[in-house]
Write a protein that binds this ligand. Sequence first.
Ligand code: HPA
Length: 279
Amino acid sequence: MDNIYAKVLEAHRFIAEQTCKFVPEVALILGTGLGDIAERIEPAYVIPYKSIPHFSLSTVEGHEGRLILGIFAGKRVAAMQGRLHFYEGYSLEQVSFPVRVLKSLGSTFLVVISAAGGLDTGFKPGEVMLVTDHINLIGSSPLRGVTDPRLGNRFPDMSQVYDRQAAKVVLNVASESSLALNTGVYAAVPGPNLETPSETRMLRILGADAVGMSSVPEVITAVQVGFRILFLVAITNVNNPEDMAPLSITDVINHARLAEPALTYILEKAIPTLIDGLG
Ligand code: HPA
């Protein structure tokens, strides 16, 4: 993508015009099988990606492809219902372009929600994992080639990617409601194929607790633009390298849906606390 800054401004201007300059307090990115969380948003404006300048289209089953601006748990949110993936053929710059536009709309927090395979064999499908750190195995960075200082620091620090305060709030919500919440490290792989038993073993040895094909490019870009980041994953399957079970995308979507009530509950409780804590 050439001249990303100008493209962000153009997309920003289009959204601001469509939404009477609605300023979200939180931005959300919703992934595979998790778009129904968007049903809990009282929509003020719904904009299909295809009408937003320079947005690419989500081609994946379970991804709606629209930006919803509205009220969630009493707070103004901008939610991407459907994300873009590297495995769809998009560059990492294209995948994470919406993050730059979301930041330009004005929110402090970015909440990323995604489906993932569990690598910790203590996890169960339908559970939620709070991501405490990640390993980028996609093989590139969304910041590669990005040299415009108006887009942020070229060499962003990654020593503490995930917001500690947000994590604390989410852990409190889970413990107060006796909700099973796992914590761990997310490894991002390019996909779209799933992992072999040997790859699964390798990921575990590397220190990953869950594996998925998304989110990390958006998160890296979110660090560059200065978002405070909360990343929660729905564990859709658990991969045991000694006893690998076949997995279909239908299983992934169905199990992501299983996690949706817990994710919705956590977000409904945590988001107001986070925003009120900013005041
Ligand atoms: N591997 C990679 N990505 C995934 C998986 C998995 O097992 N489950 C959901 N997304």
